[in-house]
Design a protein around this ligand. Structure first.
Ligand SMILES: C[S@@+](CC[C@H](N)C(=O)[O-])C[C@H]1O[C@@H](n2cnc3c(N)ncnc32)[C@H](O)[C@@H]1O
Length: 258
């Protein structure tokens, strides 16, 4: 499929916002012309021609505020100021300690809490798979050391950074996509990965599709990452403190057996 252009950025076909409209138009046309008995087959054809992709799934979650209609942020209950208090306090020092001059925040969500972090002179790139959200935050928050990209961590080329922060995202992806994203992080040539892991879990479940949620411990099967260089417990109070082990683990990407 050809690349497409969206607000000056070249986007691969699968992230082009207009693609969803074609899928919806085809679905509605098929519903009108198909007798009811053929509709399941027509639905299968539509799914084959236009498989739902991560951009569509997470754009719909963003558009409908599925994770945050009653919250201060559309990025969900893990991204409130209360839930991110520890991360906001510790992240700048962690970046200094590991000599980081560049940070790829992938995904960045709506930047609700990150914009409150003083990253000093670290070059910041925020990336997310939802074009409309990237458009909105680019207009409000782009600055000389802060830029934004539309991209899918599972399959798109990623800029090389000293640290990739991937907070609260892999938990929303099916296991094969988690593994592909971890490989993609390593392939970017970046140095460290700082990502969400639940340190007390011993089993990792799969998800049937992108957009659900389950806790993951990345040192256990099927990921089998080595112990992280550092663990930052977030002191989560979400769901009455049901996830006291929710943490960010820091890995040296060159050490990952992927
Ligand atoms: C729960 S939010 C977390 C956002 C941010 N990291 C934070 O801590 O607030 C999850 C974000 O992941 C994005 N996302 C999901 N799958 C993605 C993918 N494959 N590539 C890039 N972004 C993705 C969603 O659009 C959403 O903004």
């Amino acid at each position: 499929m050809p690349d497409t252009e969206h607000q000056g950025q070249k986007l691969p076909w699968h992230t082009w916002p207009g693609r969803a409209l074609h899928s919806e138009a085809l679905g509605s046309a098929l519903r009108k012309i198909c007798p009811p008995s053929l509709r399941p087959k027509a639905g299968a054809l539509r799914a084959r021609l236009f498989p739902p992709d991560r951009s569509q799934v997470f754009s719909s979650i963003y558009r409908n505020a599925t994770w945050g209609s009653d919250l201060e942020t559309v990025s969900g209950p893990g991204s409130t100021l209360e839930e991110t208090a520890v991360v906001r306090q510790e992240l700048p020092g962690l970046l200094r300690r590991f000599g980081a001059r560049s940070l790829l925040d992938a995904p960045c969500g709506d930047l609700y809490w990150m914009k409150e972090c003083d990253l000093g002179d670290v070059d910041y790139i925020g990336m997310d798979v939802v074009p409309a959200m990237i458009d909105a935050i680019s207009q409000q928050l782009a600055a000389p050391r802060r830029r934004f990209l539309v991209g899918d961590i599972v399959k798109d080329d990623l800029p090389k950074a000293d640290v990739i922060l991937c907070r609260d995202c892999l938990v929303h992806l099916p296991t094969p996509d988690v593994i592909a994203a971890l490989r993609n992080f390593k392939r970017s040539g970046s140095t460290y990965l700082l990502t969400t892991t639940f340190t007390d879990r011993t089993d990792n479940d799969d998800l049937p599709a992108a957009g659900g949620w389950r806790p993951l411990n990345l040192v256990h099967r099927p990921f089998l990452l080595p112990d992280p260089v550092l663990v930052l417990n977030e002191h989560s109070r979400y769901a009455d403190g049901a996830y006291p082990d929710k943490s960010l683990g820091l890995w040296d990407l060159s050490s990952l057996p992927l």
